[in-house]
Design a protein around this ligand. Structure first.
Ligand SMILES: Cc1ncc(COP(=O)(O)O)c(C=O)c1O
Length: 469
């Protein structure tokens, strides 16, 4: 019979599940369970075992039962006991005949490409560890006790207040904290909204992230591709769809902004048809040739669900994002969120609130803007010098660029890149399967991922795989 989950993280920094089962009494059951844990590698050589007292308390057995079990396993050579260093798993605890632990060989995939120019990830080496730690420490010190209880599905008020101020100032979003719901990023926002709050069909840009389309399909939402041109999504084509998903600041991935007339037109469509605009502001802060254009949400907060996240600006690992909702959706979203207990870590939320209020977020974004801009400039310069027939399309913004290729060369360029150890995608990768029109051949080049010292070599390798002029 299973008797207990044993959590003894206090000293060894690990959890262990011990099942005291079978015949022969508790001492014998504990010996068997510990042997099994060592044999299977769950307790690694050198690991310190918990003191008799705490293991006994966790398992609900007598202290002597644990002491006897440890003594037996020391005698058998599974454990060692030394004055001052407690009881530990013996360094060579695996008995003869037990399967040897084979060190894992890195698969070629795990090693990754030599030059990673895929879009998607920010420069991970630039994560502001010291400033984040300062905010985290301050948040932890100042947090009231109730922080360590269950969370609020809307998210911490400190963060919602900080975001309301920041988004108004930096992105032209019109809101107040009561309309903001914290979530774990854009993908999570889609999962919360569909199908519980919004239903399809949903118009999407004919080029976008396949992952988001799949996620919507899994929620039984039909997506209808909207054609794109140099002014962005052709919103005049919107018909009976109930909602439209747009990347107005910087179309993903083709790279243009939504034309001002189309921004107004899509608001007109939403008002006339009762439709909803989902604004994916994934990299809105990163514009290099001018001040970023404000969010479409600012034109009419009742028609737009504005969604942002830290995934480009700070790190996708934090899994933090936000939705700015029209008044009429707030309760419905909170109901879904509360039901699923899908709350982002409260300490991370408080750290981010401090990070924003203390000015660290602004400083970080400014620093990264300069860094990414310099990366983009180097890409443009390398192409001008070595492949002048290849044009960089789209605006100077974000963490990726699109290189326009001569007709019918995209596939061979992607293949050549694979051979040369350069990871990148062709534009076709992002095309909606039902899109009627196709963008010209192109490569999507993410310039944020390579380490600074490796970027020059990555650009050399890229120039080497481009089709000749
Ligand atoms: C088009 C687009 N939208 C949104 C996001 C953000 O997604 P998430 O917040 O789920 O990490 C990304 C990736 O960072 C993206 O490429």
């Amino acid at each position: 019979m299973a008797e207990s989950w044993v959590n003894y993280a206090e000293r060894i920094g690990a959890d262990l599940h011990l099942e005291l089962s079978g015949s022969g009494g508790r001492r014998a059951a504990l010996i068997r369970a510990l042997r099994e844990a060592v044999r299977s590698g769950r307790l690694a050589p050198g690991t310190r075992l918990p003191p008799y007292r705490s293991l006994a308390a966790d398992l609900g057995v007598a202290r002597n039962t644990v002491a006897d079990a440890y003594a037996e396993l020391v005698a058998e050579g599974w454990l060692t006991a030394r004055q001052g260093s407690g009881t530990r798993v013996a360094e060579r605890a695996v008995p003869p005949g037990a399967p040897a632990r084979v060190p894992k060989k890195a698969s070629p995939r795990a090693r990754g490409p030599r030059h990673d120019l895929r879009q998607g990830t920010p420069d991970t080496a630039s994560f502001p560890r010291a400033d984040w730690l300062t905010s985290y420490r301050r948040a932890l010190q100042q947090a009231p006790h109730e922080v360590f209880g269950p969370g609020d599905p809307a998210g911490r008020i400190e963060l919602r207040e900080a975001l309301a101020e920041y988004l108004a100032r930096a992105r032209g979003v019109r809101t107040e904290p009561g309309r903001i719901v914290i979530c774990s990023g854009f993908a999570h926002a889609l999962r919360l909204l569909f199908p519980a709050v919004l239903r399809g069909p949903l118009a999407v840009e004919s080029y976008g992230l396949g992952f988001h389309r799949e996620l919507l399909a899994a929620a039984s939402v039909r997506t209808v591709p909207l054609p794109l041109d140099e002014d962005g999504a052709q919103v005049a084509e919107l018909g009976r769809e109930r909602a439209v998903l747009l990347t107005p600041a910087h179309q993903f991935p083709t790279g243009g902004p939504l034309h001002p007339e189309r921004r107004t037109a899509v608001i007109g469509w939403a008002r006339a048809r009762g439709g909803v605009i989902l604004e994916d502001d994934y990299d809105g802060e990163f514009r290099y040739d001018r001040k970023p254009v404000g969010a479409v949400q600012g034109l009419d907060p009742e028609q737009v669900i504005h969604i942002g996240s830290l995934s480009k600006s700070l790190s996708p690992a934090l899994r933090l994002g936000w939705m700015v909702l029209p008044e009429r959706f707030v309760d419905a979203v909170l109901a879904v969120k509360g039901e699923r207990e899908a709350w982002a870590s409260v300490l991370d939320q408080l750290s981010l609130a401090d990070f924003i209020v203390s000015g660290s977020y602004d400083r970080h974004v400014r620093r990264m803007r300069q860094r990414y801009r310099a990366r983009r400039d180097r890409l443009v310069a390398a192409l001008a010098a070595r492949a002048p027939h290849i044009e960089v399309t789209g605006i100077a913004a974000g963490l990726h660029a699109v290189l326009r290729l001569p007709p019918r060369t995209e596939r061979s360029a992607v293949k050549a890149a694979v051979w040369q150890g350069v990871a990148l995608d062709g534009l076709a990768e992002f095309r909606h399967p039902a899109a009627v029109t196709a963008a010209p051949d192109g490569l999507v080049v993410g310039y944020a991922t390579p380490a600074e010292h490796a970027y020059g070599a990555a650009l050399d390798a890229l120039c080497g795989v481009l089709p000749p002029g």
